[in-house]
Design a protein around this ligand. Structure first.
Ligand code: WT7
Length: 652
């Protein structure tokens, strides 16, 4: 298996960007704006704040500190994000412009909403949530397929000041229950079911299972009719969305929100413990996603923009919903998957919808690249002007294929590095301002001061490699971990005091381009989905025959990383096919199908130090089949364990 991770992308030649006189940002403008953004951040971000209509304009711009950790932007400003995404465009006379286009799992199943329509729909959803009792500050869990009502529910929460927590529809009832309980959410918006690749995902049944198996009492479950699947409705708790919406007034006012009032919680995995509820607030997030969308995608009025991410991930929040709508864009939402009904689905949709800007993940690019050029070439992609990548490192080979075959060697490619915690794009080349280097994300966005540090926290200069930190706050930064500020401080600001530590390793080349080399913690990235190895381990050890488990990532040529699990069984137990199947099913049940182990390696013992710490470095090397480079094994309590592991390396 070859590694999709770029080995030495810094050796890749720069590719000149296309020239476009219409661009928002020329090379000279980038230089000036970037310098200004670091020289006078308050001045720069006061100016960018004009992208937003404030009911009270902020006068205090940045009041953030990393030591102690207290992040605040625009704190005396007041706004409503839904108003900014929807109402103001209608008031400005753009109500007839298309806001959202939706295509279902079945090709050609299309619905679109103008900004007028969206305003009507959002008010209905907001009214329905209010009727059921949701108020400013309440947490609302959104567990939806990729349908218009998912985006509408997010905007409706923002409208009434409720805090949304979107849980990806691919997560299991167990994972959903944990997320509902963690933020004490009393309202759930879901659908009867979703469709993905011709298969039905029983969302409402999953909600029922989550609530019942965990004895969770919620105020209300609002159910959107989507597939028409049979569902059980619990009297007094469950309500059909259309029935409630039919009873509410046509208008629903926007709640004025303080800039630092919470906007949403999004759960993401870390190296230890349960997923963390990353909290984003209103004003800074709005300015950040509006500004990054504007410059990174260089969006122009009337264009059709398509980000293939699900709203269950931060990419869907920032670049399917909030970023595009703040910029009055037309954003395409897609319910299905890239390979259904066949491998030309993306390109078929690009052609039919006249997509101008396309943003997807390396895992999809690699999977489609494997199918060859023909599925792409069958379609007219002449409308495509800019293509982007996000979620994991893109290997130069996949980058070049994307550029040559999808972009016809003409369009800029942007490789955008960011994280759930950063709210929006942090490192990317700008499409017409910068030369591109396959495999490197590129240059810092305005206001971002990346630092590469060594293990001791020394700042490294020039072309170098180190751990990626960000020196100072930016408006879109997460403010805390919901309900656990200590964990926020501990996770991001304690490794290198006074800096935000991203968890990523990174190289900087002579041109100042940044190339992310991957996570340096116990987080793995499987098909762009972030996963804590500890979460998978916790699921495996729930099995009564399992004594211990250690999980690592290994290079996977489509998924980026796969999940390799070392499992030791209780004394007297023997591994068999039935156990393998049970363990895979257990992980799916506890987390979801995205966490299904690729390899299970049963072993009598794990390599441990004399103090009992598992040496993961060795496990990673064996999983990568790089057994010639195990490094120092002298601190192991029993070095013979390693030979047994190497001998037992097998693919189950
Ligand atoms: C982690 C964040 C960004 C939104 C989707 C994922 C990796 C993300 C890139 C990129 C190399 C990337 C990093 C990061 N990552 N984008 N362009 N090049 N690596 O958000 O689930 O919070 O994951 O994804 O390792 O830390 P997330």
């Amino acid at each position: 298996m070859t590694s999709p991770t770029p080995q030495d992308a810094t050796a890749e030649a720069l590719i000149a960007p296309p020239v476009d006189p219409e661009t928002w940002c020329t090379p000279a403008q980038y230089g000036e704006l970037y310098a200004a953004s670091l020289r006078d951040p308050d001045g720069f971000w006061a100016l960018q704040a004009d992208r937003i209509d404030w009911s009270a304009k902020p006068t205090r711009i940045n009041r953030s500190s990393f030591d102690p950790v207290d992040i605040r932007w625009y704190e005396d400003g007041e706004l409503n994000l839904c108003f900014n995404c929807v109402d103001r465009h209608v008031f400005a006379g753009h109500g007839g412009d298309t806001a959202l286009i939706w295509e279902g799992d079945t090709p050609g199943d299309v619905r679109s909403l103008t900004y007028d329509d969206l305003l009507r729909e959002v008010q209905a959803m907001a009214g329905a949530l209010k009727t059921l009792g949701a108020q400013k500050g309440d947490r609302v869990t959104i567990y939806m397929p990729m349908v218009l009502e998912g985006a509408i529910a997010m905007l409706a929460c923002a409208r009434i000041g409720a805090v949304h927590s979107v849980v990806f529809g691919g997560f299991s009832p167990e994972a959903l229950a944990g997320r509902i309980e963690d933020c004490a959410s009393r309202f759930i918006v879901t659908a009867d079911a979703g469709m993905r690749g011709g298969k039905t995902v029983p969302l409402k049944a999953n909600v029922d299972a989550a609530l019942e198996q965990h004895g969770i009492d919620v105020e209300a479950v609002l159910v959107v009719r989507h597939t028409g699947s049979d569902v059980t409705m619990t009297e007094g708790r469950d309500h059909w969305y259309r029935d409630v919406a039919a009873t509410v007034p046509a208008t629903c006012p926007c709640e004025p929100m303080g800039a630092e009032d919470p906007l949403f919680i999004l759960y993401t995995s870390g190296s230890t413990g349960k997923p963390k509820g990353v909290l984003h607030t209103t004003g800074g997030y709005a300015v950040w996603v509006a500004t990054t969308f504007h410059y990174a995608f260089d969006y122009r009025p009337g264009e059709v923009y398509w980000c293939t991410a699900d709203i269950g991930w931060v990419t869907g929040h920032s670049y399917s919903v909030y970023g595009p709508l703040l910029n009055r864009a037309t954003s395409l939402l897609f319910e299905g998957v890239p390979n259904y009904p066949d491998h030309s689905r993306f390109w078929d949709m690009c052609e039919r919808h006249g997509v101008n800007i396309f943003y997807t993940a390396p895992t999809a690019i690699r999977a489609l690249m494997r199918e060859g050029d023909a599925p792409v070439e069958r379609h007219d992609l002449s409308a495509l002007r800019l293509i982007g990548s996000v979620g994991e490192p893109i290997n130069p080979e996949a980058w070049r294929w994307y550029h040559r075959v999808v972009g016809k060697g003409q369009t800029p490619v942007i490789d955008t590095w960011w994280q759930t915690e950063t709210g929006g794009i942090m490192i990317t080349t700008l499409p017409y301002a910068h030369a591109m280097r396959p495999g490197s994300a590129g240059l810092p966005f305005f206001g971002i001061d990346p630092e590469l540090v060594d293990a001791d926290g020394n700042i490294l200069d020039g072309a170098t490699e180190g751990n990626l930190c960000i020196a100072a706050s930016w408006p879109g930064q997460a403010r805390t971990v919901y309900g656990d500020h200590d964990r926020f401080v501990q996770t991001y600001f304690s490794t290198y005091k006074g800096k935000y530590f991203t968890g990523d390793g990174c190289k900087r080349d002579e041109d100042g381009y940044y190339r992310i080399t991957g996570r340096v913690d116990d987080v793995i990235n499987v098909s762009g989905h972030r996963m804590g190895t500890a979460e998978v381990e916790s699921a495996l050890v729930l099995h009564p025959r399992v004594a211990e488990a250690a999980v690592v990532g290994f290079p996977h040529d489509i998924k980026g990383q796969g999940i390799y699990c070392y499992v030791t069984l209780n004394v007297g137990e023997e591994a068999d096919d039935a156990l393998t199947a049970e363990l895979k099913a257990l992980v799916r049940k506890e987390i979801g199908p995205i966490a299904t182990p690729d390899h299970l390696h049963f072993t009598p013992a794990l390599p441990k130090t004399r103090s009992g710490k598992i040496m993961r470095r060795i496990l990673r090397k064996i999983a990568e089949n790089d057994v010639g480079a195990l490094g120092d094994t002298s601190t192991l309590a029993d070095p013979a364990v390693v030979d047994a592991l190497i001998a037992g390396r097998r693919v189950v």
